[in-house]
Ligand binder design. Structure first.
Ligand code: ADP
Ligand code: ADP
Length: 226
């Protein structure tokens, strides 16, 4: 079970900026939750606290039954996908996808199977020997997704993963992400400033504004649709 619970979770940056006011949010196991709101409202900070990339200033964060406030990222059973892909430029697609597993000393045969399975499902099989610079933006983002998938995490954290793609690619990747979520049956927490993206992807949407959670609900309950 990988529900995620934020209990009065708070972030104050050095210098006193309150990026996230005491926030309560319950994300269910296998849910696709979208955090949406304008730039600066605290979405990324919230996601980065869940990832363990940002220290928590107050409150509690639970992944499953476990309090993870002080648990390092690699022990949280999460994987994160970034807007800028964060691929290693000198490594091949294969090595980029295998890297996290190698660090964890996963047996080689197991790594190979997971990388090839993920590559197949992401239509990357023929690109495994290429370097990132020889790929399109959409392919690079698929490699970043693949690197997360091979880890088989309980929770996927995605921070504006489609915002560097052109409009057409963005629409097709939305469909792929939706299918991926159905296939993997994992919890996904997805950050975007794009309402349409939030509507199409989310089982539920969490609307943030100025560091506060304003509303949480199903897409049609959150946005009036003509
Ligand atoms: P969003 O993801 O919704 O654009 P962020 O979580 O990035 O919002 O930022 C929330 C607020 O915290 C903003 O006011 C931003 O300027 C501030 N902030 C973000 N990162 C830092 C940081 N490292 N140091 C100080 N303030 C920050
Ligand atoms: P990984 O999680 O990629 O297998 P690590 O366990 O060393 O490798 O990474 C620790 C955390 O740092 C990860 O959970 C991830 O959220 C973050 N991270 C990993 N790679 C990058 C990167 N290239 N840029 C920013 N953050 C990263």
């Amino acid at each position: 079970m990988a529900e995620v619970n934020l209990n009065k979770l708070k972030k104050v940056y050095d210098g006193g900026v309150i990026a996230v006011h005491e926030s309560d949010l319950h994300i269910e196991d296998k849910e696709f939750m979208v955090l949406v709101g304008p730039s600066g409202c605290g979405k990324s900070t919230t996601l980065r606290m869940i990832a363990g990339l940002e220290e928590i200033s107050g409150g509690e964060l639970k992944i499953g039954e476990r309090l993870v406030n002080d648990v390092p990222p690699k022990d949280r059973d999460i994987a994160m996908v970034f807007q800028n892909y964060a691929l290693y430029p000198h490594m091949t697609v294969y090595d980029n996808m295998a890297f996290g597993l190698k660090l964890r000393k996963t047996p080689k045969a197991e790594i190979d199977k997971r990388v090839r399975d993920a590559a197949e499902s992401l239509e990357l099989s023929e690109y495994l020997k290429r370097k990132p610079k020889a790929l399109s933006g959409g392919q690079r983002q698929r490699v970043a997704l693949g690197r997360a998938i091979v880890r088989d995490p309980a929770v996927f954290l995605l921070d504006e993963p489609l915002s560097n793609l052109d409009a057409k690619m963005r629409v097709s990747m939305r469909k792929e992400l939706k299918l991926l979520h159905q296939r993997l049956q994992t919890t996904m927490i997805y950050v975007t400033h794009d309402q349409v993206e939030a509507m199409t992807l989310g089982n539920r949407i969490c609307v943030m504004s100025h560091g506060y959670i304003q509303q949480v609900g199903k897409p049609l309950d959150v946005y009036d649709y003509p």
